[in-house]
Design a protein around this ligand. Structure first.
Ligand code: ADE
Length: 225
């Protein structure tokens, strides 16, 4: 899978994308992730990519020309399944959306900044608008990082044990059961006996009950929506 991220703050994303599972997935060729500096696409001699909004509104707006050039040059090279704009007024990002996007061949993620981007780019290029939550960030970079992380870890081979991505919280609209490791007793705090019993069926039953209990307690909306 290939992900192209367009941003005015490439230096914010690169360190994150080099680390841990994401970094290894890139090294192993499981995910090709490219970060493009929007300023490299401007035709302005001062390398400006933004301007004042028409109508006298406050703030600055990313202009059509550099975004058009950036997206068009990528689209000239290959087909993209989605051109995503990360924005607080988009559709809520979720595990099902991450699952769907992880099946794509190529996606573009465009990060907004300042007041956002010229509406004409949204009208003519963007296929999907996505928010990571009901709060406003200074730019779309953190949202792009969150989405990339959630998508790439689902790709086959990205995490050590492939099956474990399927057991994640939210994969079946349930929170995960509590998890324990050695020692079986620490400061008198004991691991539930069933986990030490070796009885696979009983352990699965316990896991499901614990998942249901935690979901009911912490996120009852997941059981009713
Ligand atoms: N850009 C600014 N805030 C955002 C958010 N909550 N989600 C996605 N992109 C954003």
């Amino acid at each position: 899978m290939r992900i192209d991220i367009i941003t005015v703050m490439p230096e914010m994303l690169e360190p994150f994308l080099k680390e841990s599972i994401l970094g290894r997935a890139r090294e192993k060729g499981i995910a090709d992730i490219y970060v493009h500096n929007l300023r490299d696409f401007t035709e302005d001699k001062w390398r400006r990519v933004d301007d004042y909004p028409f109508g006298g509104f406050a703030g600055m707006v990313l202009q059509c020309q550099p975004i058009d050039n950036a997206i068009s040059s990528l689209k000239a090279e290959r087909h993209y399944d989605e051109v995503i704009y990360v924005t607080p007024d988009g559709e809520q990002f979720s595990q099902p959306m991450a699952n769907t996007l992880s099946l794509a061949e190529n996606i573009i993620i465009l990060c907004g900044h300042y007041k956002g981007i010229d509406q004409r780019i949204r009208d003519h290029f963007i296929t999907r608008e996505v928010t990571i939550g009901d709060y406003v960030l200074t730019g779309g970079e953190l949202a792009a990082a969150v989405m990339t992380d959630a998508i790439v870890r689902l790709l086959p081979g990205a995490i050590g044990d492939d099956a474990s991505a399927l057991n994640d919280c939210f994969q079946d609209r349930l929170l995960a059961a509590p998890i324990y490791t050695r020692p079986a007793e620490y400061k008198g705090w004991r691991v539930p006996d069933v986990l030490l019993s070796g009885n696979e069926a009983k352990i699965r039953e316990w896991e499901l009950n614990e998942s249901l209990r935690r979901t009911q307690e912490l996120r009852p909306d997941l059981l009713t929506d």
